[in-house]
Write a new protein. Structure first.
Length: 119
């Protein structure tokens, strides 16, 4: 399916859900985490959708693929930060499970997009 704008892409829409989820989750973090875990987690979450949008806007297939890879990497980074927050006793399993599942779904979707571009 050809999209006219990145906002039409289901993978981008799911990425924006992650941003909302992460911002809501990190509101409860202690102030001392503002520039550490909170900032890293929020930045990685925003990077998922940002790189999808940037990839969409690129004219060359290789550039598109690179940005989709960056986005996939950011989804892994979000998962890692969530698990670090759990290890530090900031988050419970049930709080992060849905976000982790969304990150995995994004990675799967991006893999499909990348495979399609490589065909």
């Amino acid at each position: 399916m050809a999209y006219h704008d990145f906002t039409e892409m289901p993978v981008w829409q799911l990425a924006t859900e992650i941003v909302k989820d992460v911002y809501k989750l990190t509101e409860k973090l202690p102030k001392r985490e503002d520039y550490a875990l909170c900032g890293q987690l929020r930045s990685a979450a925003v990077s998922i959708s940002g790189n999808i949008a940037e990839g969409f806007g690129r004219g060359h297939k290789k550039d598109k693929i690179n940005f989709y890879y960056y986005s996939r990497g950011s989804a892994c980074e979000v998962r890692s930060h969530l698990l670090a927050g759990k290890a530090a006793n900031y988050f419970e399993d049930q709080e992060i499970e849905i976000i982790i599942a969304k990150c995995l779904k994004i990675s799967e979707e991006l893999n499909r997009i990348i495979k399609g571009l490589n065909s």
